[in-house]
Design a protein around this ligand. Structure first.
Ligand code: BES
Ligand code: ZN
Length: 626
């Protein structure tokens, strides 16, 4: 048997064993099962646990004609344990050549493993220092969205951006693509003249004449935080350490909306310790961006759908900012520990919102989050294994297993701890937690033992009240879950009841309502509301033409449920431009559930090309599956 066939066989067996332990329908909730959850990161094929991979020098060219990134990635390594080879993650990359300490070397590109990609294996010596890979990205690069000029706001120049979390960095850089592996990087990026390039690094504030940009990130980060954006972008500063990048037609509006960013960073620091990343800037992307925001270090990537005109959706920036502590500083060791990134961040985000607004405001965010959690758990089934905080993503694409549970159940668990120990103790604990684990990757179990040693400290009564086991290694929402104060939403409920009892829309008490009150109002509307009542609401509050994406999306869902067709043309425009999965998924899903499958298919086929590959992956399954 030749070497290649042997490799295929070994890999085939490996894949088989992954699939065997996959059990998406596993509904056995016995906490004793936790021992079986692997603590090793199964979503990277890199052998970084036996090597040290310290630094990346990236030298790439961005070509909008061929829609390819090409160039080379040079890894500085230390082979302390005398490994015979280094294995890196790749996905749909073409490897042209490999050089080890300057000498051309043979390499093996393993066969594709479903969602993990192809491991690239390169022989090394015990004194090897540098491994250089000459490569280009493929047409199925899952991290990359190439926009035509037409798909941007300015309509003049093409645009490229990456979304590397969770395991997609490997589709544009051959890399050790696991959250547990951190490295520093320098990059040289060549783009068409006139365009600005930005990365998760120290960034330029002006367009360069040559189209060549140099980047430096001297704080070690995991691969999922590698990011690049190229387009017709400009910078505007907010204060000395914060600023906004956006396409020219969006720049002033976005900067006004985000004018509290400086204060937001100060608030975050006063809660949980210094911001350690130098500048904090936000890049407002074209509307096709598939997610709300991405915490790329030094430069948060954000959807333009948060630019509402009244700062009502800027808590998304608080969220991405908070990740600079929970996530970027203290990182989940594997995607099974995702709640350590997202649950902590949601808790932190709401603390920032509370400090910058007031408790009543934060309570609305908590309640909306709780509603989302209930909906997700209803959808998954209350005993579903995917509703544990500690996930088991063995053999699966993390993208299929990461859901609201990590965010909202995770945040609620921290809120429960806060309620039991008091805010002062909680804050000291969290501040110390971030400091103690700074620039480290940790598992759920590391957190739990830190919690035991530093907060619970043998207090059996406290431990009983928390019921950690049920939260972390059990399904659904445990019965000691805290609920937010409903003061502001109770008023909304009263207004809604009076509308349902016949008060006309124009006589309703809605003064001073923020986006959150409106969202609560819209979410509680009965599915059976008549078209004439829908019209009455619309005539008074102009939901169909609302410039607010959250309100618009919720209204379109309600319109589908009640067959309020007046909203459909605007919904179509929304779906043509907005690529944010959070909005696309429920809208398309509601179309299907309300018997409008044809509308879903026709609309999706019309606009699919406008959506990011990751959004297409999700929607293909939802809309095109039989
Ligand atoms: N890190 C996430 C985005 C993410 C998670 C990308 C998992 C890929 C895989 C980001 O911080 C996030 O949570 N974004 C939310 C924002 C929200 C919770 C305020 C989003 O995009 O909706
Ligand atoms: Zn997040």
């Amino acid at each position: 048997m030749n070497k290649m066939r042997l490799l295929v066989l070994v890999l085939g067996l490996h894949l088989l064993s992954c699939q065997e332990s996959t059990n998406e329908k596993n509904t056995n909730n016995s906490p004793s099962e936790t021992k079986e959850i692997p603590s090793k990161d199964l979503h990277t094929q890199c052998n970084a646990d036996s090597l040290s991979i310290r630094h990346l020098d990236l030298d790439i060219k961005v070509d909008f004609i061929s829609k390819k990134i090409s160039g080379n990635a040079t890894w500085t390594i230390q082979n302390e344990t005398h490994q015979k080879f280094i294995r890196l993650d790749t996905y749909d990359l073409t490897i042209d050549s490999v050089l080890v300490d300057g000498a051309k070397t043979s390499f093996v590109l393993y066969p594709m493993v479903h969602h993990l990609g192809q491991a690239l294996e390169i022989p090394i010596q015990k004194n090897t220092q540098q491994v250089k890979i000459v490569y280009s990205s493929g047409s199925n690069a899952r991290a990359l969205q190439w926009l035509t000029a037409q798909q941007t706001l300015g309509k003049k120049q093409p645009f490229l951006y990456t979304q590397s979390e969770s395991i997609y960095a490997r589709s544009w850089i051959p890399c050790p693509d696991g959250p547990g592996i951190r490295f520093t990087y320098n990059a040289r990026v060549q783009v068409p003249k006139g365009l600005l390039a930005l990365m998760s690094a120290e960034n330029p504030q002006q367009v360069s004449d040559s189209g060549i940009y140099h980047f430096k990130m001297d704080i070690p980060i995991p691969a999922y935080l590698m990011a690049l954006a190229v387009g017709d972008l400009r910078f505007k500063s907010v204060d000395a350490r914060t600023g906004v990048y956006a396409e020219p037609p969006m720049l002033d509006k976005a900067t006004l909306e985000l004018s509290d960013m400086g204060r937001m960073v100060n608030t975050a620091e006063s809660l949980y310790g210094p911001y350690r990343w130098g500048r904090y800037d936000v890049l407002v992307l074209p509307p096709g961006f598939p997610i709300g925001g991405m915490e790329n270090p030094k430069l948060t990537f954000a959807t333009p759908t948060i630019i509402a005109g009244d700062k009502s959706l800027v808590n998304l920036i608080a969220h991405e900012l908070a990740h600079n502590w929970s996530g970027n500083l203290v990182t989940n060791a594997t995607w099974n520990d995702f709640w350590l990134n997202e649950g902590f961040t949601v808790y932190f985000e709401r603390r920032i919102s509370e400090a910058m607004n007031d408790k009543g405001y934060a309570d609305m965010l908590w309640e909306l989050g709780y509603q989302d959690l209930v909906a997700t758990i209803d959808d998954l089934g209350k005993d579903n294994r995917n509703t544990w905080l500690k996930l088991d993503l063995t053999g699966r694409d993390p993208d299929d297993g990461l859901n609201d549970v990590a965010y909202e159940k995770g945040a609620l668990f921290l809120k429960l701890i806060e309620n039991n120990v008091g805010r002062a103790r909680m804050d000291t604990f969290l501040k110390n937690y971030f400091a103690a684990h700074a620039f480290k990757t940790i598992t759920t179990e590391t957190f739990l033992s830190y919690l035991q040693q530093n907060l619970i400290k043998g207090d059996a009564a406290l431990e009983k009240k928390l019921n950690i086991q049920a939260w972390v290694y059990g399904p659904g929402i445990p019965n000691n879950a805290p609920r937010a104060d409903m003061e502001r939403f109770n008023k909304v409920n009263t207004t809604l009841q009076s509308f349902l009892k016949g008060t006309s829309a124009q006589d309703l008490t809605t003064q001073g309502w923020t986006t959150h009150e409106w969202l609560h109002f819209l979410r509680q509307l009965p599915d059976s509301l008549s078209v004439s009542k829908m019209k009455e609401l619309d005539d008074n509050f102009h939901f169909t033409t609302s410039g607010n994406s959250e309100i618009g999306a919720q209204w379109f869902i309600q319109s589908l449920k009640t067959n309020y067709q007046t909203a459909y043309p605007k919904m179509d425009v929304f779906l043509s431009a907005v690529g944010r999965r959070k909005f696309l998924e429920p809208i398309y899903e509601t179309m299907i559930k309300t018997g409008k499958k044809e509308m879903a298919t026709a609309t999706y086929n019309k606009y699919k090309q406008n959506y990011h590959p990751l959004a297409q992956m999700t929607l293909d399954k939802l809309v095109l599956a039989k």
